[in-house]
Design a protein around this ligand. Structure first.
Ligand SMILES: C[S@@+](CC[C@H](N)C(=O)[O-])C[C@H]1O[C@@H](n2cnc3c(N)ncnc32)[C@H](O)[C@@H]1O
Length: 236
């Protein structure tokens, strides 16, 4: 069942998969690679246990995980937007590590996996987009085995006041303008993105949600002047 937000988010992302990777790199000045590298280094399980990437989109983080694990490991990327998953699959098909990733069309709030199926679960640049944040984190925790990391990487609001002024101008002014220059779909998506970042939970709030799911040592780590936060905890 899709609620209004899930339908809206799916319609937004249905129109943008082809250019997604390039635009993400441009708009973040290629910092997105560094952020994903941090997530991989933090969350990769030690013994080839499978990894779950929720709201995987075009599979950028799933691919980075797949590249970094041995032949015995594998990654499952889940998303509710079919065109994003199709782009992910065709992009990775030509890569050597592409066979280490499976793609599943499903909602983050209702993951079709047994308890403790994975050695780690990630969600990147997408917790703001899901309809039910608490349920998503609960599902990620349920499907992660003991000792595994549950991690969210997402845009946040920088703490430095002066920087925040420039950043908000960039988010609410340049972002949508740039998007409209590419296509109407990108104009809509980047307008939504900017507004959703302003309303996003702080890293500490997400860490509290992880703790309330029973995860241990939940903490929020700001990256790139707090533009994004990596928030993670360990399954008991
Ligand atoms: C901004 S993209 C992020 C993609 C990727 N994780 C990344 O880091 O580039 C957001 C993705 O979240 C997906 N999404 C949003 N809500 C979802 C939900 N409730 N369940 C599964 N996927 C969802 C969208 O379809 C979209 O592909």
């Amino acid at each position: 069942m899709f609620d209004a937000k899930a339908r809206y988010v799916r319609s937004l992302f249905s129109g943008v998969p082809i250019e997604y990777d390039i635009l993400l790199g441009l708009l973040t000045f290629a910092q997105d690679r560094r952020w994903r590298a941090y997530v991989v280094q933090r969350a990769r399980p030690p013994n080839n246990e499978p990894i779950l990437d929720v709201a995987t989109g075009t599979g950028l983080l799933a691919a980075d995980f797949a590249r970094s694990i041995s032949l015995l490991g594998y990654v499952v990327g889940v998303d509710l937007t079919l065109s994003m998953l199709k782009t992910a699959r065709s992009r990775l098909r030509s890569k050597q590590f592409g066979t280490k990733v499976d793609w599943v069309l499903a909602r983050a709030e209702n993951l079709p996996f047994r308890d403790e199926s994975f050695g780690a679960a990630s969600i990147s640049l997408a917790l703001r987009n899901v309809s039910d944040v608490q349920k998503t984190l609960a599902e990620m925790s349920r499907t992660t085995g003991s000792g595994g990391i549950v991690i969210s990487l997402d845009f946040a609001r920088p703490t430095n006041g002066l920087f925040r002024i420039f950043y908000y101008d960039y988010l609410l002014g340049l972002f949508p303008l740039f998007g409209r220059m590419v296509s109407e779909a990108w104009g809509r998506t980047l307008t939504y993105l900017g507004r959703s970042i302003l309303k996003a939970r702080t890293g500490d709030q997400i860490a509290n949600l992880l703790s309330s799911e029973g995860l241990l040592d939940a903490k929020s780590v700001p990256l790139t002047a707090g533009i994004v936060c990596a928030v993670y905890g360990t399954k008991q």
